[in-house]
Design a protein around this ligand. Structure first.
Ligand SMILES: NC(=O)c1ccc[n+]([C@@H]2O[C@H](COP(=O)([O-])OP(=O)(O)OC[C@H]3O[C@@H](n4cnc5c(N)ncnc54)[C@H](OP(=O)(O)O)[C@@H]3O)[C@@H](O)[C@H]2O)c1
Length: 248
């Protein structure tokens, strides 16, 4: 699928690797000025170079999504420099798995702060600029775990389910201003996050995926590209599963 995003400014959080990097590449390849954020400067620099080969105006920046003040200053800076923010992909996320009775309060807080508060912070900071232009596309990267649950992931499942409720509320709030908000629920995608799973767990999961394979970052990136395109202008408040049939 090719979409003309030239002239549009897109922010992709957690774009220093994995799914976020894949999404940023696809958006930049289709002409967007892509701003990727993350925490690791070295990795961000590498992604910036890759993206600039597609679209020279792309850049990367360190941004801790859980810090509202930092996020607001960042969004203000981008709007000040580039005069618009058309697309926000809330992708930054972490896991910190543990069975409920062993889960420490810090594990719960850290996952909720990054995955859910981070989405609130970035959406709040960016929506004000989308409202000024009466246009915007917000895509939140949730997970099938929000819909299915998973032992050892009560914190992660709650954060990702919270994102879905948040997406639906925001979609209703912003719909009149031609701003859409949708969520993508990926299944198991081949990245660092799934790489650290035990081999036995991976095999067990593969047997549950009707398509019989893990997803690729491009599988998710292509869904994002569709949701930010004009073809999806009447789609808002939707949750799109990209899971090879894991969640049907
Ligand atoms: N992989 C899967 O199977 C899968 C399935 C469903 C949903 N997802 C969701 O998809 C998203 C991306 O997953 P992934 O597999 O690509 O993960 P990943 O490879 O672990 O990458 C996570 C990204 O998030 C960034 N990040 C983490 N904490 C951050 C924070 N506090 N502030 C700013 N950036 C932060 C990381 O930045 P640094 O590297 O710079 O630290 C990195 O760019 C996550 O939201 C995840 O929950 C993944």
């Amino acid at each position: 699928m090719n979409v003309d995003l030239s002239g549009q400014v897109a922010i992709v959080t957690g774009g220093s690797r994995g799914i976020g990097r894949g999404i940023a590449k696809v958006l930049a390849r289709n002409g967007a000025t892509c701003i990727v954020t993350g925490r690791n400067e070295q990795r961000l620099k590498e992604v910036e170079t890759t993206l600039q080969a597609f679209e020279p105006s792309c850049r990367a920046a360190v941004l801790h999504v859980e810090n509202l003040e930092e996020v607001e200053a960042f969004a203000k800076g981008i709007y000040g420099d580039l005069g618009r923010i058309d697309i926000l992909v809330n992708n930054a996320g972490i896991t910190d798995d543990q069975l409920l009775l062993r889960m420490k309060e810090e594990q719960w807080d850290r996952v909720i702060e990054t995955n859910l508060k981070g989405v609130f912070n970035c959406t709040k900071a960016v929506a004000r600029y989308m409202l000024k232009k009466k246009y915007g596309r917000i895509v939140n990267i949730s997970s099938v775990i929000a819909l299915m649950g998973n032992p050892g992931q009560a914190n992660y499942a709650a954060s990702k389910a919270g994102m879905i409720g948040f997406t639906k509320a925001v979609a209703r709030e912003l719909a009149r201003k031609q701003i859409t908000a949708n969520a993508i629920a990926p299944g198991y995608i081949q990245t660092d996050m799934t790489e650290k799973m035990e081999e036995r767990a991976k095999e067990g999961i593969l047997s549950l995926i009707p398509q019989g394979r893990l997803g690729s970052v491009e599988d998710v990136a292509n869904a994002v590209l569709f949701l930010v395109s004009d073809a999806a202008s009447y789609i808002t408040g939707h949750v799109l599963n990209v899971s090879g049939g894991l969640y049907i």
